[in-house]
Write a new protein. Structure first.
Ligand code: CO8
Length: 258
């Protein structure tokens, strides 16, 4: 499928989705987010794909929602179209792992998009921020909620109230990103991580996602029970038997997602 605002490639078992609106630093408009939802759905439905990477350019992952598209809208326009509500739903529904590979600006909706992925690998030139306050609005696709869970109330509050940007080192220190790599190596590192995940059992990587994401939704006691039952249930799979026997036989496991 051809997209106007994305470049999508599949390498082995990894779908790479590159946001591609260089003229606007990958600002997120309805077209881009609509195409992103389609590309994610296609990756989810493609049996060959076991992991997805979303990236932008060296200068910008995404500099936020498209201000030109939003500037003249009314409350009624926003409310009746549930602006960006439906477009972002597919990313939240993804059962396959999704990595954000972030170089340059990840601001406003760009930072929020990265935080909707399962983890973020950042280039050393990455800059994260929620500068919506400068536009007379607040974050709208999860910034106040997710950034606060990632970095804590104090830092999240400061970033939302002042609009200041966080560099890659601070983002790693604060737990927003899993690690920082030299900008030139970002895509190699992100693709290597994705390939590593793709070697595992898809069934098990999906189970990991469900369990980790539950930690945001449940009490600890319920989450621990959910995890333990998930662990038990994986003993009904061929991949558990293959994984454990491969270890005992000192060979590489051949997972089949069954
Ligand atoms: N929207 C539209 N166009 C943009 C955006 C944007 N967010 N960011 C950059 N651009 C455009 C610029 O207008 C410019 O275009 P042109 O050449 O036609 O004037 C081009 O990209 C290059 O930008 P700059 O010349 O500004 O580049 P600089 O290197 O000087 O600055 C910055 C880079 C610092 C990233 C600067 O562009 C900037 O501050 N951008 C805006 C950042 C921002 O405020 N982001 C938040 C947007 S609001 C938001 O994300 C809300 C999300 C929630 C939506 C919720 C729906 C429910």
């Amino acid at each position: 499928m051809a997209y106007e605002t994305l470049i999508v490639e599949t390498e082995d078992h990894v779908a790479l989705i590159k946001l591609n609106r260089p003229e606007a630093l990958n600002a997120l408009n309805s077209q881009l987010l609509g195409e992103l939802a389609e590309a994610l759905k296609a990756a989810e439905e493609n049996e060959k794909v076991r992991c997805v990477v979303i990236t932008g350019s060296e200068k910008a992952f995404a500099a936020g929602a498209d201000i030109k598209e939003m500037a003249d809208k009314s409350f009624v326009d926003m409310f009746m179209s549930d602006f960006f509500g439906t477009e972002t739903e597919q990313l939240l529904k993804m059962r396959k792992p999704v990595i954000a590979a972030v170089a340059g600006y990840a601001l406003g909706g760009g930072c929020e998009l990265a935080m909707m992925c399962d983890f973020i690998i950042a280039a050393d030139n990455a800059k994260f921020g929620q500068p919506e306050i400068n536009l007379g609005v607040v974050a709208g696709i999860g910034g106040t909620q997710r950034l606060t869970r990632f970095v804590g109330k104090s830092k999240s509050m400061e970033m939302h109230l002042t609009g200041r940007f966080m560099d890659a080192d601070e983002a790693e220190r604060s737990g927003l990103v899993s690690r920082v790599v030299p900008a030139k190596k970002l895509m190699d590192e992100a693709m290597a991580a994705a390939q590593k995940i793709a070697e595992k059992s898809l069934l098990t990587t999906m189970a990991v996602k469900e369990a980790v994401n539950r930690s945001y939704e449940m009490t600890l006691r319920e989450g621990l029970l959910f995890e333990r039952r998930l662990f038990h249930s994986l003993f009904a799979t061929e991949d558990q038997s293959e994984g454990m026997n491969a270890f005992l036989e000192k060979r590489e496991a051949q997972f089949r997602g069954k």
